[in-house]
Design a protein around this ligand. Structure first.
Ligand code: GRG
Length: 294
């Protein structure tokens, strides 16, 4: 099966699993449930679920178990986007080609929708998972909570907000992105691996791989923000420069940011090499992250 067919299959099964995990729109409180569904369904590349499935496949994990992990990570991601778009943070009006949650609904509803998506993620991951020992599931919950919290994504977002208008060194920028974007990407890879029979050495290698692609994702995001159009991105282009945010492009210049992306991509591939053919999908996702246009 080629990558594009495999990717569509995972995206479709993730959409169905998300649909099943979310409260029905008709359920009270209707407006909150509508806002949650609006923010999650029918959009997004589903990169984190793709990573869960690709990593799980290396260790013979069942697709059913991976679905739960993939849904949990994607719900955290969706919550982070809803909150990031709020006027008190990035203040954006466009996400995935449609009005952001607070524009379509209102600020209070968007805040609550983000909160409820976050708790739904942990609800989903705490439900009985066939074939996964309770101790391993507890480890997965721990992993996702650390990756999402102040020592992970939320911490990275705090550093990002404090960095507006500041000069950051490349090391400081890297530290911020390892937390803001990288932590959840790493959690997606490791949760997928935890659904199968990964041993500590595998997890360490995958952790290194995930750190490389987390940064790669961000470098490419910065290049796209500087070079692509709002119509192609489905979100406001040129936002980083407009908000005077430190990025790889404005610190290194576009040419060197692309060289850095090339090195991270190669390092990611090299890290996967000992897994052999079974890691094929992770190799392909690495290339997809670089070659994406939105
Ligand atoms: C509010 C706690 C909190 C955290 C927000 C992820 C994040 C932290 C903010 C998003 C801002 C941003 C544009 C980050 C760059 C990388 C990134 C996460 C882009 C969006 O992810 P994609 O491209 O989005 O996977 P889709 O729409 O495809 O799911």
């Amino acid at each position: 099966m080629n990558f594009s067919t495999w990717m569509s299959g995972v995206q479709q099964r993730t959409e169905s699993a998300l649909e099943a995990a979310l409260p029905a729109a008709a359920l009270s409180p209707v407006r909150l449930h509508e806002a949650m569904r609006y923010s999650v369904l029918g959009g997004g590349k589903r990169v984190r679920p793709l990573l869960c499935h690709a990593a799980g496949a290396i260790f013979g994990a069942s697709a059913g178990a991976i679905d739960a992990a993939a849904v949990a990570v994607e719900l955290i991601h969706a919550y982070s986007l809803v909150h990031d778009d709020l006027p008190c943070m990035d203040d954006d009006v466009l996400r995935r080609g449609k009005p952001t949650c607070h524009v379509e609904f209102d600020e209070a509803t968007a805040l609550l929708a983000g909160d409820a998506l976050q708790t739904l993620a942990f609800h989903t991951l705490s439900q009985r998972m066939a074939g996964i020992a309770p101790a391993r599931q507890l480890e997965m919950l721990h992993l996702l909570s650390v990756a999402s919290g102040s020592r992970g994504m939320a911490g990275g977002q705090a550093i990002d907000l404090a960095a507006v208008g500041q000069q950051l060194s490349i090391g400081e920028l890297e530290f911020m992105h390892i937390h803001k974007t990288g932590a959840l990407i790493r959690a997606a890879v490791l949760l997928g691996a935890h659904c199968g029979e990964a041993v500590p050495d595998d997890l360490e290698r995958l952790g290194h791989f995930a750190n490389r692609i987390g940064l790669l994702f961000q470098v490419v995001d910065d290049i796209l923000d500087a070079e692509a159009s709002t119509a192609t991105l489905g979100k406001t282009a040129g936002k980083d420069a407009a908000q005077n945010k430190p990025t790889y492009v404005n610190i290194l210049g576009a040419g060197e940011a692309k060289t850095m992306a090339g090195k991270l991509r190669q390092d990611a591939h090299d890290t996967l090499a000992p897994f052999g053919e079974v890691a094929m999908r992770l190799h392909e996702i690495t290339d997809f992250i670089v070659e994406r246009t939105f």
